[in-house]
Design a binder for this molecule. Sequence first.
Ligand code: ARG
Ligand code: ZN
Length: 865
Amino acid sequence: MTDASSTPAIPVTIHRGDYRPPEWQLPDIALDFALGIDETRVTAALSVVRSADAPAPLTLRGDGLTALAVRVDGEGWNDWRMEGPDLVVDLGDRTAAVVEVETAINPAANTQLMGLYASNGMLCTQCEAEGFRRITFHPDRPDVLSRYKVRMEGDKALFPILLSNGNCIEKGESEGGRHWALWEDPWPKPSYLFALVAGDLVVNRDEFVTLSGRKVELGIWVREGDVERTSHAMQALKNSMKWDEQVYGREYDLDLFNIVAVSDFNMGAMENKGLNIFNTRYILADPDTATDLDYDGVEGVVAHEYFHNWSGNRVTCRDWFQLSLKEGFTVFRDQSFSADMGSPAVKRIEDVRLLRAAQFPEDAGPLAHPIRPDSYQEISNFYTATVYNKGAEVIRMMHAMVGAERFRKGTDLYFERHDGEAATCEDFVRAIEDGAGVDLTLFRRWYEQAGTPRVTARIESDEDTGERVLHLAQAVPATPGQPDKAPTLIPLRIKAFDLDGGHGIEEERLVLLDRGEMAVPLGHYRSRPMLSLNRGFSAPVIVDFARAGGELAWLAAHDDDPFARYEALQQLMLDTLVAAVSGETVDHSVVIDAVAQTLGGRAADPAFVAEAVLLPSEAFVGDQMVVVDPDAIRRERLALQAAIGGALEAEWRAILAETPPPAAILSRKAKGGRRLRGVALAYLAATGLPDTPAVAFGIFSDADGMTERQAALATLAHGDSDERVAALDIFYQRYRDNPLVLDKWFQVQAWSLRPDTVDAVRELAGHPDFTLANPNRVRSLYGALTGNQAAFHQADGAGYRLIADLVIALDPKNPQTAARMIPPLGRWKRFDEARQTMMKAELQRILAQPGLSRDVTEQASKSLL
Ligand code: ARG
Ligand code: ZN
């Protein structure tokens, strides 16, 4: 049966160094499904071939399965036993056999959403990483690749659509209102890429002709009524297919590419061969229900999953320690794609903001791990910002060091060498070395070492000669299990601006910091040059650089790299906030002037300006402090926001007085314009001027799309006005039947800066529309709360208790999603003693629960170290 109690009580640690090649290969698999919501019968015929020299038992992994029958070469077989959840078949000295196993599973009872489960009356699968073993007994490791033939049969009324990987080669009707389909995938694949969908779905059909003229049928399958909201996803898919041909020379390799959207899904989406399965939130979008950011999310995730067809499927991972091989590379690919589709500068700002918000804290805490981890208890816990986003930064650095053209030579070689194989991170690095002609010996430390490197920079000036030297030093902090770190290779893009007519180096340079300390001659300048450092965030590091007064403001105004302008203004804001929180009297006017100056560019590039003038988040301010003071940070950030709001009131009002671009227009400029209006409204509202609730309510009511509507609602949700109550009610009534929009209704309330947000969240958890069964809903309420620093860290510990209660209630149903709520509690070391004590007590309370999953046990116990 598919329940959580099947997971062992004492977690076993798996080590990367223990990898052994499989003893049996499975060239072919035939699966037969007799489909039912409460009972699905699965017959698996595995043709196995021994690869070990000596006889070895065939171990087939299971999770909550019972073998109803075992046959070998067509005959009943008794030489098998259960070893815990696994099935071990003794095949004597045979070197090949067909092993047939029958199992029965209950998709309706599968609340973990791993394996085969029911969602809204349809059946679907999620097998990565180890979900296939919840469907049938199988080695279920990514280095065992097979050709799949899948037959499924079910009630035609319940399941009119039957889909699996590859091509449908036959279908037919059978007795009792049933029908069947036979699917075949010609490409050998690991079990984690298997997928099956059965349900009442409608399709948006299109086609794409590949580089070599292959006509590919495209289908996006959704529930009746949702098909109108799939056009953006379809366009994104076609753009991705074209982009991968142009930029990486990668062509699609089947005649059919299907995507199915499901509402109950643990993650964003899954790249199953020829049959991607998506969380609805990354497929469905129309101007009335989706914000511009939602649109970008759809485009990025559609591209990500499509790109996996090469970086992940054609070349897959040898074992799960290599996860970043496919995820880091694929995130880098989807980031580059989105940059090409929109604004490269804004995309880079967003990606860096996400890295700093999610990955830097992870790397600085008890759950820090290298992008290629050395050990795990539950692999689901390693689908992290480190493996994905730091992994992408590591690929980006290689790209930066060798340039686009040579990088392409490296990836061409990688795909050529390893097509059809299960590869390692080391294989990738070696292909880049050989293809691009570069030595990455030292660079490999990025795969081995956890922790965000810190680069210290200082300019030494010889006032007589005018010579200036940049002194750089690097240090990687200690992380759990890695007390001592070695220097790595850090590529830093730099440029020096001369304000005084000297003769310095004016061109951008790539400095390779390849030792603990290094001196970089900058040239001769009459006065200290303005140094732009780590431009474009060329390395994912923290830079400590004591700036002279006025430098950051100058760079914010004049640097020719937009990312560097953004970075300078952020640093200026950050310095001001940190000083204020530390009790210094601060002068807001430097920041106000810089914001005013940046706003001057809004006509040319509103999207960039909107990003640049946003204040750093409360959490990011906290990350700069030895002991985080959430209340002081909130107070000082609101004070700065109000000061900017008041000083530039006329500008904000002028922006809001302009007619917003129609919601259906998704051009870069239109999106930027809307984003800037949202920022303007937030600054204006921060002033507390009496007319601001009415202004926000006006925007909320007049909005012709979700971007403006949600921005206005979120602004109102911070306050205490009658308009807040009215807007929340109108929004709820209008969208109560649309789950994705209802998520926003929960989310804006959990994001609120109101002092009673924790109580509000507790109350919302009892709302009839709240459910633990849907991961999106859980994240929209509780995930939003943990991102709301001052609320989550409320001094009485109520935020901590609420999250621990959630973890305890959710774990028996959905351990994967429960475990994802734990890391915020694990950041206790950064807080005062009273908060530390309460946070640890909640982690201990979680660990004291009987029957805890492996997922939650690992995260909670490691979080206490
Ligand atoms: N490979 C998927 C992606 O595109 C993520 C799947 C993760 N699933 C899981 N159960 N951990 O990133
Ligand atoms: Zn992925």
